[in-house]
Design a protein around this ligand. Structure first.
Ligand code: PLP
Length: 439
């Protein structure tokens, strides 16, 4: 299948090119030329299929023309070696727990999938370097979770070096450990700035002719099709789990959103026929999308630091994809997607209330999703919100708000034993460029 740029000024790309390049030449995001509807029969039987079987069916629709069936199956099965249970929180509100992967982040699936797919293409072309030589360099800007998921997804993968750029002092200590302690083919770069500065450095690097002549660069942010599309698997699986309980007829899916990759994948699923009634994009104080829904105007803003820091995004990349998916039709978008926005005080209040009433420990991101369903769910509907991070990743904040002492899963503790290694960087592109030119 071919991919075109949302800006329509770049050449059409193959899947391989879209994955290796990340961003199109015109700074647009790649979109698949068509989104294949899945047959009714699939939806009729989905509740009898395993997560891996469901995911393979979805993956085949996107990638089946470009990856042979056996390899694709292996990639999918390797990527999804964990569960994403749908757990009741109240009578009508369920949570889709997406934090049971290797770094307890929903981004684990996309990161691992992308690493395996890149490796597949490098191998197929005989381009895999000897002696650990990096053929492709992945640049990733993170406000926390992306860095750990990408670093761990790519750790030890031949032929690929990963540079994780993160804002100094703005990610939680546990998150920082997850990508600064790995070594091998992972380099952490601590930027004296905010997330948007990190994202700007990465975007500028992709556009820089000297750098591109010097090294092959790609992105593992959700601008990369191989990173965000596999997240569609989650929503098919969530639907399957609710259908099994006879609760899927009026399913509302609520996604706490930052760069809007996750909800965008859900919307691709909807376009493939997934019978979700409507969507809610839950935001923290970074309310750019919310304002777009109200006014039809998209006005990027500098990001604001909040309790839900993985959603501190002032110019969500995947807005371009959502806009393109509905051909810019504001009415079509608002009739399917609602928005909600919550300040830190409300997030903390929601966490407290939910804990007092249900004993469920929300993390600050999931709290936005839960509150949005509380506010927007209509009678007869069943709401599912994504719990996008394990609360222990934000242990200091969660414990302070709930007066708890929540357990840190063993998998997280293991990361905290390593030694931090990172490179200091200013937010000036010239400095970042000079550094990369020496690699
Ligand atoms: C990345 C992330 C989000 C936002 O996801 P997007 O795909 O960027 O919208 C929300 N919560 C957590 C915990 C995350 O790590």
């Amino acid at each position: 299948m071919n991919y075109y740029s949302t800006n329509k000024k770049a050449p059409i790309a193959t899947l391989e090119k879209a994955v290796v390049k990340g961003l199109a030449e015109d700074k647009g995001l790649y979109m698949p030329e068509n989104i294949k509807p899945l047959p009714q029969e699939f939806f009729d039987n989905i509740d009898k299929m395993t997560f891996q079987e469901i995911a393979y069916t979805v993956a085949d629709a996107f990638f089946g023309e470009d990856v042979d069936a056996e390899s694709l199956k292996q990639i999918v099965y390797d990527t999804l070696a964990f569960e994403t249970p749908v757990v009741p929180v109240t009578e009508t509100i369920y949570t889709l727990e997406l934090f049971h992967g290797p770094t307890l982040a929903f981004k684990d699936v996309g990161a691992r999938f992308m690493a395996r797919l890149l490796q597949y293409f490098l191998k197929k072309e005989g381009k895999l370097g000897k002696g650990g030589e990096a053929n492709v360099n992945v640049l990733v800007a993170t406000s926390g979770d992306t860095g750990s998921a990408v670093a761990n997804g790519f750790l030890g993968v031949d032929g690929i070096h990963v540079y994780v750029l993160y804002p100094k002092g703005k990610v939680s200590p546990i998150q920082e450990c997850q990508f600064t302690t790995l070594g091998q083919n992972i380099t952490a770069i601590e930027v004296d700035g905010v997330f948007d500065d990190c994202q700007a450095l990465v975007k500028n690097a992709f556009m820089d002719a000297d750098l591109n002549a010097h090294m092959k660069l790609t992105s593992a942010n959700s601008i990369n099709v191989a990173r965000f599309l596999p997240q569609a698997f989650y929503y098919f699986n969530a639907y399957a789990q609710l259908k099994k309980q006879g609760k899927a007829d009026q399913m509302v899916m609520c996604v706490p959103s930052g760069n809007f990759g996750n909800i965008c994948a859900a919307l691709f699923g909807h376009r493939m026929g997934l019978p979700i009634k409507r969507f809610v994009a839950a935001n923290n104080a970074n309310d750019i999308f919310y304002n777009y829904l109200q006014t039809g105007e998209y006005n990027p803003q500098p990001s604001k630091a909040t309790l839900a820091n993985a959603m501190d995004v002032g110019d969500p990349s995947n807005f371009a994809r959502i806009h393109e998916l509905y051909k810019g039709d504001h009415k079509a978008i608002t009739s399917l997607i609602s928005g909600a926005t919550y300040k830190d005080e409300q997030i903390a209040e929601t966490m407290k209330q939910c804990y007092a009433e249900t004993k469920y420990v929300l993390d600050p991101h999931g709290a936005c999703g839960y509150q949005a369903l509380k506010d927007l769910l209509q009678p007869g509907e069943v709401g599912v919100f994504c719990e996008t991070a394990h609360p222990a990743k934000f242990k200091e904040k969660v414990d302070a708000i709930l007066s708890t002492d929540i357990d840190i899963p063993a998998r997280l503790q293991a990361f905290m034993k390593g030694t931090k290694q990172s490179i200091d960087m200013t937010r000036e592109f010239a400095d970042f460029k000079a550094y990369l030119m020496q690699q």
